[in-house]
Design a binder for this molecule. Structure first.
Ligand code: CDP
Ligand code: MG
Length: 136
């Protein structure tokens, strides 16, 4: 298969809390993204700050780190053809209000911060983010 990629997906606290993990994973599998590994965990604010350090200069950084550490999350490695772009398409726009019909954020997102999922945005970030949660 050409361009087989891996990417990191996170089901954020708002979606874990509403028991949406299985619904979200079924969207991935219907779209030929397989879950290679997954785990549920509750990270600290310091760990969230490290994970999101590319956003450290943004006005929403502190709130974002508080939010990601506010409850359990599920992190997973997705694999498939063009997995990075495919996952971003399935997620939809950052703000659920702007997300297309059928996307995960349109279906389940509550607001720009409680937008249900994270997905790596480039091959380099996918490697770094997979390593962050799954370094062996
Ligand atoms: O998650 P995505 O890659 O679509 O968006 P981002 O620009 O990388 O921002 C990371 C996360 O910060 C978003 O998913 C939102 O949860 C949050 N955010 C926010 O709370 N307020 C904003 N104005 C922009 C982003
Ligand atoms: Mg991003």
């Amino acid at each position: 298969m050409s361009n087989l990629e891996r990417t990191l997906s996170i089901i954020k606290p708002d979606a874990v809390e509403r028991n949406l993990s299985e619904n979200i994973k079924s969207i991935f599998s219907k779209n030929n993204l397989s879950v290679l590994d997954s785990k549920k965990l509750h990270i600290s604010k310091d760990e969230a700050a490290e994970f999101y350090k590319v956003h450290q200069s943004k006005p929403f950084y502190d709130q974002l780190c508080s939010y990601l550490s506010s409850g359990p999350i599920e992190v997973m490695i997705l694999e498939g053809k063009n997995a990075i772009t495919k996952n971003r398409e399935l997620m939809g726009a950052t703000d659920p209000k702007n997300a297309k019909e059928g996307t995960i954020r349109k279906l389940y997102g509550i607001s720009i911060d409680k937008n249900s999922v994270h997905g790596s945005d480039s091959p380099d970030n996918a490697k770094a983010e997979i390593n962050f949660f799954f370094r062996k």
